[in-house]
Each structure stands twice: as structure tokens, then as C-alpha cells.
Design a protein around this ligand. Structure first.
Ligand code: ZN
Length: 488
């Protein structure tokens, strides 16, 4: 399907939107003070080996040490999934203080450090270069057998490929002449030599290679045959992109456009609203149903709801239609929100087996378009669809939001009523230990309102029983759950 790529450049932030028929499909945000580290290559130093976990911590110059597992130390790319080699002990592969070249495969998330691997790779537009590997492979996204064969021959025509180093043909290689791929292979080898040289001259920890900035990464990774237009709103970046595109993707050079209008780029494509919606829990569907998308630390869940009224007539048909719409909407939501890890989908129960199959088929088709690897693992007894999506980057919500300070991310806070009862208990607790004082209750407006209204009788009784004056003070800076009982 035809695609447009919009690149919005602000002072310290670059945002890239991929749209299809006006609908936002993917959004990338890069801020200059928090550029991601996935893809970066470091000369690191082994800090500590954890034999029990078959893992090690690696100092790579970040505040939080990187984490490496024994499986990250073996080049798994040359082995097939059902033919896994027996794993050696990590103690036999690494020792403390050893210097190793590592590449980040996952951003640090929360308290977890970045995940590292020693199977290094460098991506260019058509190839992934695997230094020291013997693997020759074709992107799984290319399904046509004939194309796969042609690409394999092309890779094998690179001198010493598979012996000296490995290569994987990326999806974009499908649309290009063999000599261009060969040229890229040469460039990648030269580039790798320069990284190696740098590594010899530097002490660990040191960064050896930093992945491209977002605006160039977009050109390298996102442009496909479907790309109709690439619009950028900064002249300086436009110049850089023009060079890059003429050098590496000349057949798409005419797609690149500079936009110098005053109106913000994303506004004119209605992108800002769509970004807001991608942060909402509830996603309305045209059929009247809606999705509820929630992310917890362990997994994400997507619940399909029929929404309000369902006619009694053709109940199964109505449900089927909502589920179908959900099945085609979910892959887009996953991409847009950049959700990863385990994802549980709860469709509305259907009885008709054909309908069930059809819903799953549509879901599978949508997931195939994803640039990130997705897998439907199974359908549970309760009709839940379990799937995984590879997680390398943080979610959109993580990138743009923080936990709500009122509830700390729980999504719920104690009611004013609950707080009033806590206040009563606190008063009783305090007056057991102290002589007679007057008492000042400091709390948020809704709590004080309640104490003066619904709970006024209770306050009165308490005041008599304890023989104290109780006074009130609204603290506008307090959250609903915050209060103080002060003896005066
Ligand atoms: Zn909250």
C-alpha cells in the first residue's frame, strides 16, 4: 500500500511519521539528550560473571551496566532454530576484566540494564553485515522462492562471503541491481575495518560505533517500493537527506520533498491527534465496538468489546464483524504503540468455527506486514490469543509519558470517603498517647468537603468522645490521598 513518510525536525527533537491513506502507522521520536543505544557497538569490560544465571554484567561506559547471557555470546545466526547447539558454561567463555566488543540489542528499560550481544552486525540499506560470522541469509520477510534464490546467488558472489564474514540480504535488496549490493558489501567491510582499528586504539569502556541519527535511519530502513513521498520540514536536514538518497537510493530521489510552509507539518496531516489517540487506553472501532489496550510490566492485553447495544438478531454476525475489525486494527495499534513482549488478545466469544478461523487469518495477515517479528503462539482454552512481538525499543507511552503522580501509575486512588476513615483512625491513634490538644486536619479539598458535610456527624461524635476541638484546613498542594493530623 502507498506510504508517505513525514519528518518533523524541531530544535532538539526529530519525529518521523509513516502514514498510509492518511492513517498514522508508525511514529518514531528521537530527542537529542536521550538518543537510543540499540545498534551501538562498544568496547566493554566484563564486570562480574553470574554463573547461576549464565550471565554477566558488562561495563560499556553507561551508568547502568549492560547484561549479557551465554546465548548472546554464541553466534546463533548460523544455526537453525530446531538445531540449537549445546551451550557451554559462561565461565568457560568469559573472565572478569576481560575486554569484549559488544553491541546493544535492547534499550535499558526501567531497572534493567541494556541487553548486549557479541554477535555484531552492521546494517546498510540492502545488507546486514556480520563480521566474523559464516552466515549467509535472506530476510524472512522475502517469501518468494525465486527472489530468495536470486538473492542467495548474489550474496554468494561477494568474494569470500560466508568464510571471512557473513551477510544477510534485507527486504530492500529485492528491488535493486546486484552491483549495488556488491558495492554496499565493500563499503561495509571497509567500515568494519575502521571500527576494528578504532577498537585497538581505545581503552574499554569506549563507544566504537553509533547507529545513524533518526532522519537517516528512516531513509536506510523505511523506504520501500511503496514509499511515494518523503516530506521534511527543515532545509538543513533536507540537504543531508538529499545527499544520502542520491548516494544510496537514487531511484527514490524524486520522492524527497522540502516543505517550508509556516503551518506545522504534523498538523496539516492530522498527525498530532493520532499520536494522542495512540496513548489512550480505549480505541473506538467503526463497527461500534472498541479495544481496551493495557500494558503492564509482564505483558500487554488487548480486550475487544462489543460496546453498548447489540441487537438480538444476528448476534453471532455482529460479534464476528466487530472481531474482524479488531483483528485488522490490532496490528496497527501494536506498531503504533511499539508494544512488545507477550501480548494477550481477548476477542469476543464466537461459536462459529469458520468465523474464528477467519478472524485469526486476518490478524495473521496484518502481523505479516510488521517490520518487527511477531508470532501467534496459541489460542488458549478460554479463547485468548497469545502472541509475541519482538521488543527492542521502549513503547510510545514510555517514550512520551510518565507515571501519573496522583496514583503512581496504579490508575486508581483511594476515595475521599476512605481517606476520611483513615483520618478518624489517625486521630484516635494520636489521642491515645497524648494529653489533650486541639487538632488540625490538613487535607485536599474533596476530603475536607466531606468532613464538613457527609461526615460532619462523625466528626462531631469523635470530637465529643475525645474532648478535643477539631479544625480543618484545605491544602491545595495535597493530592486526594495526602493528609496530616496536627496536634496544636
Ligand atoms: Zn493516576
Amino acid at each position: 500500500m502507498d506510504e508517505e513518510i513525514l519528518i518533523n525536525v524541531a530544535q532538539r527533537e526529530t519525529r518521523v511519521a509513516v502514514i498510509e491513506q492518511g492513517l498514522l502507522q508508525q511514529i518514531f521520536v528521537e530527542r537529542s539528550d536521550s538518543r537510543g543505544i540499540v545498534g551501538n557497538i562498544y568496547k566493554g569490560k566484563v564486570l562480574r560473571i553470574l554463573p547461576g544465571l549464565q550471565s554477566a554484567f558488562v561495563d560499556f561506559g553507561h551508568s547502568k551496566a549492560g547484561f549479557i547471557h551465554v546465548t548472546d555470546l554464541i553466534d546463533m545466526r548460523a544455526t537453525s532454530e530446531d538445531d540449537l547447539p549445546e551451550l557451554p558454561r559462561i565461565e568457560s567463555l568469559l573472565r572478569e576484566n576481560q575486554e569484549i566488543l559488544v553491541q546493544a540489542t535492547k534499550e535499558p528499560i526501567g531497572t534493567k540494564g541494556a541487553r548486549m550481544t557479541t554477535s555484531l552486525s552492521l546494517a546498510s540499506r540492502y545488507l546486514v553485515y556480520l563480521p566474523g560470522s559464516t552466515h549467509i541469509g535472506i530476510s524472512q520477510k522475502i517469501e518468494d522462492e525465486k527472489t530468495r534464490d536470486e538473492l542467495r546467488h548474489m550474496l554468494e558472489s561477494i568474494p569470500e562471503a560466508g568464510q571471512r564474514d557473513g551477510f544477510i540480504a534485507r527486504t530492500a535488496a529485492e528491488m535493486v541491481q546486484p552491483h549495488e549490493v556488491l558495492r554496499e558489501a565493500e563499503l561495509l567491510r571497509k567500515f568494519w575495518t575502521s571500527i576494528n582499528q578504532k577498537s585497538k586504539n581505545l581503552n574499554a569502556p569506549a563507544i566504537l560505533y553509533e547507529d545513524l541519527p533518526l532522519h537517516l535511519k528512516v531513509l536506510r530502513d523505511l523506504i520501500s517500493q511503496n514509499t511515494q513521498e518523503i516530506v521534511v520540514d527543515s532545509r538543513a536536514i533536507y540537504e543531508k537527506l538529499s545527499h544520502f538518497i542520491r548516494d544510496f537510493i537514487p531511484q527514490k530521489a524524486e520522492c524527497l520533498k522540502l516543505r517550508e510552509e509556516q503551518a506545522p507539518l504534523f498538523d496539516s496531516y492530522n498527525i498530532e491527534d493520532q499520536i494522542q489517540n495512540a496513548l489512550e487506553t480505549k480505541v473506538p472501532l467503526k463497527s461500534g465496538g472498541y479495544l481496551v489496550i493495557e500494558q503492564t510490566e509482564a505483558m500487554a492485553t488487548i480486550d475487544v468489546n462489543s460496546g453498548g447495544f447489540i441487537g438480538r438478531k444476528d448476534l453471532e454476525e455482529t460479534i464476528y464483524r466487530i472481531n474482524l475489525e479488531a483483528a485488522s486494527a490490532i496490528p496497527r495499534q501494536l506498531r503504533l504503540r511499539n508494544m512488545g513482549g507477550i501480548i494477550i488478545l481477548d476477542f469476543i466469544d464466537m461459536f462459529n468455527e469458520d468465523n474464528k478461523r477467519q478472524v485469526l487469518r486476518i490478524l495473521g495477515k496484518g502481523l505479516q506486514q510488521d517490520r518487527v517479528k511477531c508470532r501467534i503462539t496459541e489460542i488458549s482454552e478460554l479463547g485468548l490469543v497469545e502472541m509475541t512481538r519482538k521488543r527492542a525499543y521502549e513503547t510510545l507511552a514510555n517514550r512520551l509519558c510518565e507515571l501519573c503522580p496522583s496514583c503512581g501509575g496504579k490508575g486508581i486512588i483511594r476515595t475521599a470517603e476512605t481517606i476520611c476513615y483513615e483520618i478518624f483512625r489517625e486521630i484516635q491513634r494520636k489521642y491515645r498517647d497524648f494529653d489533650r490538644h486541639d487538632c488540625l486536619i490538613m487535607a485536599a479539598q474533596p476530603v475536607i468537603d466531606r468532613l464538613l458535610d457527609e461526615d460532619a456527624a462523625a466528626v462531631n461524635e469523635l470530637s465529643k468522645a475525645m474532648d478535643v476541638d477539631i479544625r480543618f484546613q484545605v491544602e491545595i498542594t495535597y493530592s486526594q490521598e495526602q493528609f496530616d493530623v496536627v496536634l496544636i
